[in-house]
Design a protein around this ligand. Structure first.
Ligand SMILES: N[C@@H](CCC(=O)N[C@@H](CS)C(=O)NCC(=O)O)C(=O)O
Length: 384
């Protein structure tokens, strides 16, 4: 029975059928190839995860060859579980760009997501807004030779159905600056000119130490690389908790672009990421300032509306993309060494060389005998 369960090619979740055979038929229809596995193609010789570069990084601007900010021209693809793209969906709503940039939320394809992002939860497994069945079609439209993973966020030109930008490092900045003419009249300033250098500096530090630290831990194939990412993350969390002791947000009184980047990782840490990461030093909620700060952001509608706790927290521990910590590392962990490392507990004892009480010499079994009372938990009615 267990074997039959494992080899089933479909799964029913909330009334949606995730079927590998259907995904394969769709892929054949659209000429789409399986997605490359990051745990194979994005691992360096030390076993560390080294992320593929963003393929489409043409900036927005008025210069030659730059992308023109326009209302109604672009479509944003994002995924509920993906914090890189969640940044863009939160920023879009904070700035009141809902009528300027349309969106679709991508879904996995089939049970095993062999073909990457698609639209299984939409009728006919086809995106109503664009007619795509796979996000990779828009990547291929833009670059027929692209062989990497088709990732979100992806900003697509609706006229050509080509991805024009998937640069999550800068996408929110373009929405903040280049799309300024299209923002709501009361849109907040998330990227104040006077602070841009400092915001960029902090964002560039958040990337490896906070945002990508999860992926560094989740995809790496060696304990050395895992431990590096782990140390980076928890030391950064400590620093950020201290920073937030005296500041309401990362740059003081007002929410900036940097807060959005930190928030999207925080929402996923205790609820989702920990499942693939093994034992953690501390839960996010144990950082007093960070935890209160995260909630302060969460109650802002654009943050709350774009945060799908239920969806990402129910992704199975060993989901389609991730392998659990134990699966990756059990063979590399020196349990024997760990558990045999010296400790100095014997200094606490008045009999330091002896761990057991010995029976006095000459004691007989008879001497030792005596009544043994029933265990209280065996008494009917006391079971817990
Ligand atoms: N744009 C970046 C990062 C964005 C990214 O990794 N997005 C993930 C979700 S968090 C994704 O879309 N993955 C799709 C896939 O691997 O098939 C990249 O190309 O590596």
């Amino acid at each position: 029975m267990a074997d039959r369960e494992n080899t089933k090619k479909e799964e029913l979740v909330d009334g949606i059928v995730y079927c590998d055979d259907l995904a394969q038929a769709d892929a054949e229809e659209r000429g789409v190839l399986p997605r490359p596995k990051e745990t194979v193609s994005e691992i360096d010789e030390r076993g560390a995860f080294v992320r593929q570069p963003n393929r489409f990084v043409t900036p927005f601007g008025d210069g030659e060859g730059e992308l023109k900010a326009e209302s109604g021209r672009y479509h944003l693809f994002w995924a509920k579980g993906c914090h890189w793209s969640n940044r863009a969906s939160i920023t879009r709503e904070l700035l009141g760009l809902e009528d300027v940039i349309s969106i679709s939320i991508v879904d996995r394809t089939g049970k095993s997501n062999v073909y990457g992002w698609g639209f299984t939860d939409q009728p006919g497994r086809t995106d109503a807004a664009t007619g795509l069945k796979f996000l990779s079609e828009a990547y291929r439209n833009a670059d027929p030779d692209f062989r990497g993973r088709a990732t979100v966020p992806a900003l697509v030109d609706k006229q050509t159905l080509k991805v024009v930008n998937n640069d999550y490092h800068r996408l929110t900045n373009y929405l903040e600056v280049n799309f300024r003419p299209f923002q709501a009249p009361d849109a907040p300033d998330l990227y104040p000119k006077a602070l841009r250098t400092e915001i960029d500096r902090l964002n560039d530090w958040l990337f490896p130490n906070i945002n990508n630290a999860h992926y560094r831990m989740a995809f790496c194939q060696s304990l050395v690389a895992y431990d590096e990412a782990y140390d980076d993350f928890f030391s950064a969390m400590q620093k950020l908790d201290e920073r937030l002791e005296s500041r309401r947000f990362l740059f003081g009184d007002y929410v900036t672009d940097a807060d959005i980047r930190f928030f999207v990782t925080l929402t996923r840490w205790d609820s989702y990421y920990y499942k693939n990461l093994g034992p953690q030093k501390k839960r996010m909620t144990e950082y007093k300032n960070i935890w209160a700060y995260a909630r302060d952001l969460y109650v802002i509608p654009a943050f709350r509306n774009n945060t799908y706790f239920k969806d990402f927290s129910k992704v199975p521990a060993t989901g389609n993309a991730f392998k659990s910590y134990n699966e990756r590392f059990a063979g590399q962990i020196d349990y024997e060494g760990l558990w045999s490392a010296p400790q100095d507990r014997k200094n606490l004892s008045r009999d330091p060389e002896e761990k057991f009480l010995r029976h006095p010499a000459g004691e007989t079994a008879q001497d030792y005998a005596g009544p043994i009372a029933p265990c209280r938990w065996n008494i009917p009615g006391t079971q817990v």
